[in-house]
Write a protein that binds this ligand. Sequence first.
Ligand code: ADE
Length: 225
Amino acid sequence: MRIDIITVLPELLRSPFEASILRRAIDKGLVEVHTHNLRDYAADNYKTIDDYQFGGGAGMVMMIEPIDRCISKLKAEREYDEVIYMTPDGHTLNQKISNQLSLVDNIIILCGHYKGVDQRVRDQFITREISIGDYVLSGGELGAAVLCDSIIRLIPGVLNDETSALTDSFQDNLLAPPVYTRPAEYKGWKVPEVLLSGNFPEIEKWREEQAYLRTRERRPDLLDE
Ligand code: ADE
Protein backbone atom coordinates (compact mmCIF):
# COMPACT_ATOMS: atom_id res chain seq x y z
CA MET A 1 0.00 0.00 0.00
CA ARG A 2 1.08 3.55 -0.71
CA ILE A 3 -0.16 6.64 1.16
CA ASP A 4 0.53 10.15 -0.16
CA ILE A 5 -0.19 12.95 2.29
CA ILE A 6 -0.56 16.53 1.04
CA THR A 7 0.15 19.04 3.78
CA VAL A 8 1.39 22.55 4.58
CA LEU A 9 3.15 21.17 7.69
CA PRO A 10 5.18 18.08 6.71
CA GLU A 11 7.20 18.31 9.98
CA LEU A 12 4.04 17.47 11.90
CA LEU A 13 3.84 14.15 10.07
CA ARG A 14 7.37 12.92 10.68
CA SER A 15 7.51 11.40 14.15
CA PRO A 16 4.35 9.24 13.95
CA PHE A 17 6.04 7.27 11.15
CA GLU A 18 9.46 7.13 12.78
CA ALA A 19 8.47 4.98 15.73
CA SER A 20 6.88 1.73 16.73
CA ILE A 21 4.56 -0.38 14.60
CA LEU A 22 4.27 2.14 11.75
CA ARG A 23 8.02 2.31 11.39
CA ARG A 24 8.24 -1.47 11.32
CA ALA A 25 5.53 -1.68 8.64
CA ILE A 26 7.46 0.81 6.50
CA ASP A 27 10.78 -0.98 7.09
CA LYS A 28 9.17 -4.32 6.13
CA GLY A 29 8.02 -2.74 2.86
CA LEU A 30 4.33 -3.31 3.67
CA VAL A 31 3.47 0.37 3.30
CA GLU A 32 5.05 3.50 1.83
CA VAL A 33 4.14 6.90 3.26
CA HIS A 34 5.12 10.02 1.29
CA THR A 35 4.42 13.58 2.39
CA HIS A 36 4.16 16.43 -0.10
CA ASN A 37 4.60 20.04 0.93
CA LEU A 38 1.78 21.96 -0.71
CA ARG A 39 3.96 25.08 -0.93
CA ASP A 40 6.14 23.26 -3.48
CA TYR A 41 3.11 23.32 -5.80
CA ALA A 42 2.29 27.02 -5.39
CA ALA A 43 1.82 28.84 -8.68
CA ASP A 44 3.72 32.02 -7.68
CA ASN A 45 7.16 32.92 -6.36
CA TYR A 46 5.72 33.80 -2.93
CA LYS A 47 4.55 30.19 -2.54
CA THR A 48 1.01 31.34 -1.89
CA ILE A 49 -1.39 28.54 -1.06
CA ASP A 50 -4.27 30.43 0.58
CA ASP A 51 -6.35 33.54 -0.08
CA TYR A 52 -9.28 35.58 1.24
CA GLN A 53 -12.69 34.03 0.81
CA PHE A 54 -15.09 35.40 -1.77
CA GLY A 55 -18.04 37.14 -0.16
CA GLY A 56 -15.95 38.28 2.80
CA GLY A 57 -15.54 36.80 6.26
CA ALA A 58 -12.67 35.97 8.58
CA GLY A 59 -10.13 33.29 7.75
CA MET A 60 -8.17 32.20 4.72
CA VAL A 61 -9.15 29.48 2.28
CA MET A 62 -6.75 27.02 0.67
CA MET A 63 -6.58 27.68 -3.08
CA ILE A 64 -7.49 25.14 -5.73
CA GLU A 65 -4.47 25.55 -8.04
CA PRO A 66 -1.64 24.23 -5.82
CA ILE A 67 -3.84 21.33 -4.70
CA ASP A 68 -4.81 20.53 -8.30
CA ARG A 69 -1.16 20.58 -9.36
CA CYS A 70 -0.12 18.22 -6.58
CA ILE A 71 -3.01 15.77 -6.97
CA SER A 72 -2.69 15.77 -10.79
CA LYS A 73 1.02 15.03 -10.59
CA LEU A 74 0.39 12.08 -8.28
CA LYS A 75 -2.51 10.78 -10.38
CA ALA A 76 -0.32 10.88 -13.49
CA GLU A 77 2.09 8.51 -11.76
CA ARG A 78 -0.39 5.86 -10.55
CA GLU A 79 -4.06 5.13 -9.96
CA TYR A 80 -5.57 6.06 -6.61
CA ASP A 81 -8.40 4.21 -4.92
CA GLU A 82 -9.37 7.16 -2.74
CA VAL A 83 -8.57 10.85 -2.37
CA ILE A 84 -9.43 11.64 1.24
CA TYR A 85 -9.92 15.08 2.76
CA MET A 86 -9.44 15.42 6.53
CA THR A 87 -12.10 17.79 7.85
CA PRO A 88 -14.26 18.15 10.98
CA ASP A 89 -17.40 18.04 8.80
CA GLY A 90 -16.44 14.68 7.25
CA HIS A 91 -17.75 11.21 8.12
CA THR A 92 -16.57 10.24 11.61
CA LEU A 93 -13.80 7.66 11.40
CA ASN A 94 -14.66 4.19 12.69
CA GLN A 95 -13.17 0.70 12.55
CA LYS A 96 -15.27 -0.27 9.51
CA ILE A 97 -13.79 2.59 7.45
CA SER A 98 -10.27 1.68 8.61
CA ASN A 99 -10.86 -1.97 7.67
CA GLN A 100 -12.04 -0.94 4.18
CA LEU A 101 -9.12 1.42 3.59
CA SER A 102 -6.56 -1.17 4.78
CA LEU A 103 -7.50 -3.28 1.72
CA VAL A 104 -6.81 -0.71 -1.02
CA ASP A 105 -3.54 -0.07 -2.88
CA ASN A 106 -3.05 3.70 -3.12
CA ILE A 107 -4.60 6.62 -1.28
CA ILE A 108 -4.06 10.37 -1.15
CA ILE A 109 -4.83 12.23 2.06
CA LEU A 110 -5.28 16.00 1.87
CA CYS A 111 -4.89 17.90 5.14
CA GLY A 112 -7.01 21.02 5.50
CA HIS A 113 -5.98 24.23 7.27
CA TYR A 114 -7.42 27.68 8.01
CA LYS A 115 -11.07 27.83 6.96
CA GLY A 116 -10.60 24.76 4.78
CA VAL A 117 -10.19 24.26 1.04
CA ASP A 118 -12.02 25.89 -1.88
CA GLN A 119 -15.23 23.87 -2.29
CA ARG A 120 -14.28 23.07 -5.90
CA VAL A 121 -11.41 20.91 -4.58
CA ARG A 122 -13.93 18.85 -2.65
CA ASP A 123 -16.32 18.65 -5.60
CA GLN A 124 -13.72 17.72 -8.20
CA PHE A 125 -11.03 15.65 -6.49
CA ILE A 126 -12.18 14.26 -3.17
CA THR A 127 -13.77 10.80 -2.96
CA ARG A 128 -14.16 10.64 0.83
CA GLU A 129 -14.18 13.17 3.67
CA ILE A 130 -13.13 11.96 7.10
CA SER A 131 -13.28 13.53 10.57
CA ILE A 132 -11.57 11.92 13.56
CA GLY A 133 -14.18 13.24 15.98
CA ASP A 134 -16.49 16.08 16.93
CA TYR A 135 -13.83 18.63 17.85
CA VAL A 136 -11.79 21.02 15.76
CA LEU A 137 -8.03 20.56 15.28
CA SER A 138 -5.75 23.31 13.96
CA GLY A 139 -5.24 21.29 10.80
CA GLY A 140 -5.82 17.88 9.27
CA GLU A 141 -2.29 16.54 9.95
CA LEU A 142 -2.93 14.97 13.35
CA GLY A 143 -6.15 13.49 11.97
CA ALA A 144 -4.22 12.10 9.00
CA ALA A 145 -1.69 10.51 11.39
CA VAL A 146 -4.53 8.90 13.36
CA LEU A 147 -6.15 7.64 10.16
CA CYS A 148 -2.84 6.21 8.87
CA ASP A 149 -2.13 4.47 12.18
CA SER A 150 -5.56 2.85 12.27
CA ILE A 151 -5.23 1.68 8.63
CA ILE A 152 -1.61 0.53 8.63
CA ARG A 153 -1.92 -1.73 11.68
CA LEU A 154 -4.63 -3.67 9.79
CA ILE A 155 -2.50 -4.40 6.72
CA PRO A 156 -1.75 -8.15 6.67
CA GLY A 157 1.73 -8.83 8.05
CA VAL A 158 2.03 -5.60 10.06
CA LEU A 159 0.89 -7.07 13.35
CA ASN A 160 2.08 -10.43 14.64
CA ASP A 161 -0.10 -12.93 16.56
CA GLU A 162 0.54 -11.21 19.84
CA THR A 163 -0.66 -7.84 18.65
CA SER A 164 -3.36 -9.28 16.39
CA ALA A 165 -6.07 -6.83 15.44
CA LEU A 166 -8.71 -9.55 15.73
CA THR A 167 -9.04 -9.02 19.49
CA ASP A 168 -9.13 -5.21 19.31
CA SER A 169 -12.05 -3.20 20.59
CA PHE A 170 -14.64 -2.52 17.85
CA GLN A 171 -13.51 -5.38 15.61
CA ASP A 172 -16.85 -7.15 16.24
CA ASN A 173 -18.73 -4.11 17.50
CA LEU A 174 -17.67 -4.96 21.07
CA LEU A 175 -15.17 -3.25 23.33
CA ALA A 176 -12.20 -5.39 24.42
CA PRO A 177 -12.46 -7.20 27.79
CA PRO A 178 -10.18 -6.30 30.76
CA VAL A 179 -6.64 -7.74 30.71
CA TYR A 180 -4.22 -8.57 33.55
CA THR A 181 -0.59 -9.60 33.96
CA ARG A 182 1.69 -10.68 36.82
CA PRO A 183 1.66 -10.49 39.77
CA ALA A 184 -1.59 -12.40 40.40
CA GLU A 185 -2.00 -10.37 43.57
CA TYR A 186 -0.71 -6.84 44.20
CA LYS A 187 -1.38 -4.97 47.47
CA GLY A 188 -4.28 -7.38 48.00
CA TRP A 189 -5.82 -6.55 44.57
CA LYS A 190 -6.47 -9.88 42.87
CA VAL A 191 -6.71 -11.00 39.28
CA PRO A 192 -10.05 -12.75 38.51
CA GLU A 193 -9.71 -16.41 39.49
CA VAL A 194 -10.91 -17.77 36.14
CA LEU A 195 -7.91 -16.30 34.30
CA LEU A 196 -5.55 -18.37 36.49
CA SER A 197 -7.59 -21.58 36.10
CA GLY A 198 -6.09 -22.85 32.84
CA ASN A 199 -9.64 -23.71 31.73
CA PHE A 200 -9.58 -22.13 28.29
CA PRO A 201 -13.25 -22.58 27.32
CA GLU A 202 -14.19 -20.93 30.64
CA ILE A 203 -11.68 -18.13 30.07
CA GLU A 204 -13.06 -17.50 26.59
CA LYS A 205 -16.61 -17.42 27.97
CA TRP A 206 -15.56 -14.96 30.69
CA ARG A 207 -13.89 -12.69 28.14
CA GLU A 208 -16.95 -12.66 25.90
CA GLU A 209 -19.19 -11.83 28.86
CA GLN A 210 -16.88 -9.05 30.03
CA ALA A 211 -16.68 -7.58 26.52
CA TYR A 212 -20.46 -7.56 26.34
CA LEU A 213 -20.89 -6.06 29.84
CA ARG A 214 -18.31 -3.36 29.17
CA THR A 215 -19.95 -2.48 25.84
CA ARG A 216 -23.44 -2.39 27.40
CA GLU A 217 -22.20 -0.08 30.15
CA ARG A 218 -19.97 2.26 28.13
CA ARG A 219 -21.14 2.13 24.52
CA PRO A 220 -24.67 0.71 24.32
CA ASP A 221 -24.98 2.39 20.89
CA LEU A 222 -22.57 -0.24 19.48
CA LEU A 223 -24.94 -3.06 20.42
CA ASP A 224 -27.74 -1.54 18.31
CA GLU A 225 -25.66 -1.50 15.12
N1 ADE B 1 -9.24 19.07 10.79
C1 ADE B 1 -9.68 19.86 11.77
N2 ADE B 1 -10.42 19.20 12.66
C2 ADE B 1 -10.45 17.90 12.23
C3 ADE B 1 -11.07 16.72 12.70
N3 ADE B 1 -11.80 16.70 13.82
N4 ADE B 1 -10.90 15.59 11.99
C4 ADE B 1 -10.18 15.59 10.85
N5 ADE B 1 -9.58 16.67 10.35
C5 ADE B 1 -9.72 17.82 11.03
